[in-house]
Write a protein that binds this ligand. Structure first.
Ligand code: URA
Length: 186
């Protein structure tokens, strides 16, 4: 049987595969276009996302929206999701067992979307999706090709909140994503 987007959302809403199911307020399923070429994968919902059930509604989301504006992208034309669908208390790093428990949901999202481009936001996503030894500082903006999909990573927007000087680097990485998407459409 093939799951639909709705099935995945219902499974996530009822999920008790890890202890975060007990501490979260709302699960945060991916959002955006189900026809998108570009899939962004970040780490885990923050406190505001946990309150609203929507990815990137907090301060990191404001940075992401600014990047989108500056690069001619919009939330409506991409799909944004996280490695974890539930907020880890205190914004701690996701634990191995939480990432493994949540991974099937990301697999289903990817299977249904079939993106041409995956952009990992931050170390946690890059190490889970691209390579366990991925070094975001040295390797952001580099590209890997896997099963009809181009993969890259850049800093998480929260890294720009801590160090605004990173904004231009991330903008360049996003501009390259937009340029690769134009290549895809040729
Ligand atoms: N940070 C993330 O990694 N994901 C969100 O959805 C919000 C903040």
């Amino acid at each position: 049987m093939q799951y639909t987007w709705n099935d995945i959302e219902q499974h996530i809403a009822a999920c008790t595969q890890c202890p975060l199911g007990q501490t979260r307020n709302l699960p945060v399923m991916g959002r955006g276009s189900h026809e998108a070429d570009i899939m962004l994968i970040a780490e885990a919902p923050g406190a505001q996302e946990d309150q609203q059930g929507i990815p990137f509604v907090g301060r990191s989301g404001e940075i992401l929206d600014r990047l989108f504006r500056d690069c001619g992208l919009s939330r409506e034309e991409v799909y944004i999701t996280n490695i974890l669908k539930c907020h880890p208390p205190g914004n701690r790093d996701p634990r191995e067992e939480e990432k493994e428990a949540c991974f099937p949901y990301l697999k289903y999202e990817t299977f249904l979307l079939k993106p041409g481009i995956i952009v990992c936001l931050g170390r946690v996503a890059a190490q889970r999706i691209i390579s366990p030894d991925f070094k975001i500082t040295r390797q952001h903006g580099t590209w890997t090709y896997r099963r009809n999909c181009m993969l890259t990573a850049t800093y998480h927007p929260s890294a720009i909140l801590r160090d605004p000087a990173k904004y231009d680097e991330v903008k360049r990485d996003f501009q390259e994503v937009v340029s690769k998407r134009s290549d895809l459409m040729r």
